[in-house]
Design a protein around this ligand. Structure first.
Ligand code: 5GP
Length: 265
């Protein structure tokens, strides 16, 4: 029987999802996807019919894959279209944790990296999650200070480790589709005292660039020539002003790719 949300208690409504109490289980909540899309910390906003369904599919495939890989996540199951059940948080960590394999996006503005530069090992940054402040990045030395000196410092270490594990798993999975995972943003909370991967992972969470060649050579300091950034599948299409139809078509392509993750062990 389809779930009816009209009378359910809303815990919080965000830009792309609504979280409802689960009347049958206090240890879980419903996460319902919305058709809204935003960029620039909510400044740019549109509604794309069908986006919720596509994001739900992508998120479901990715979290089910990560759960199979033994990553500690909040995801439980998806009982109907556009709805997932996730474990209830004890505490939300107000950070966005970004990991990068290839230089793109904001790092080109504040760092010395050039577009296409390959990072090996992966690099990870913590941003304080605050739209009006534009998610400011935590100073790397300050992060190391927290890790070494504060009681909660191990959370940062664990988030960084999980980010890297997740990146490697997803990079391997997208590689089968001849797509390079460029970077992504993940979020965390505490459940039963344990740092746990939460939120959604969908077309707005990462950059995905197709391979430009039959046999790309990724063993070089800059791999821009091996990739096709113009063929990007991710939310940069929206950020860069592509039509909403085009944005949705690319998100549908991502969902078709992540559908194949079911066949990966
Ligand atoms: P950048 O710092 O280069 O803008 O973003 C790095 C990665 O994190 C990109 O894949 C981008 O999509 C993702 N990202 C950064 N900030 C946000 C955010 O506020 N929301 C979402 N969904 N993704 C973000």
């Amino acid at each position: 029987m389809a779930l009816v949300f009209d009378k359910m208690h809303v815990i919080i409504e965000g830009k792309t999802k609504i979280i409802y109490e689960n009347p049958d289980d206090p240890k879980t909540v419903f996460m319902k996807f919305k058709d809204d899309i935003t960029a620039g910390d909510g400044v740019k906003h549109d509604v794309i019919q069908g986006k919720a369904l596509v994001d739900w599919k992508t998120n479901k495939d990715i979290f089910e894959y990560l759960n199979r890989k033994g990553i500690h996540t909040h995801y439980v199951e998806s009982p109907q279209e556009c709805v997932s059940i996730v474990r209830k948080l004890d505490y939300k960590i107000d950070l966005e944790v970004v990991t990068r394999r290839v230089a793109a996006g904001s790092i080109l503005k504040w760092g010395t990296a050039v577009e296409g530069q390959r990072f090996d090992p992966l690099i990870t940054q913590f941003h304080y999650k605050d739209d009006p402040l534009h998610d400011p990045m935590l100073d790397a030395a300050y992060v190391e200070f927290i890790i070494s000196s504060k009681q909660d410092g191990h959370w940062f270490k664990e988030m960084r480790e999980i980010n890297i594990d997740v990146f490697q798993e997803l990079e391997t999975a997208f590689k089968q589709c001849r797509i390079q995972l460029i970077d992504f943003k993940l979020e965390y909370g505490l459940i039963d005292g344990k740092v746990t991967l939460i939120d959604e992972i969908s077309g707005g969470s990462f950059r995905l660039w197709p391979y430009a060649k039959e046999n790309p050579d990724f063993n070089q300091p800059n791999i821009l020539s091996e990739l096709d950034p113009k063929g990007r599948l991710d939310k940069d299409n929206y950020r860069l002003g592509e039509s909403l139809d085009q944005v949705q078509t690319k998100f549908e392509q991502i969902a078709n790719l992540t559908d194949t993750f079911k066949d990966l062990s």
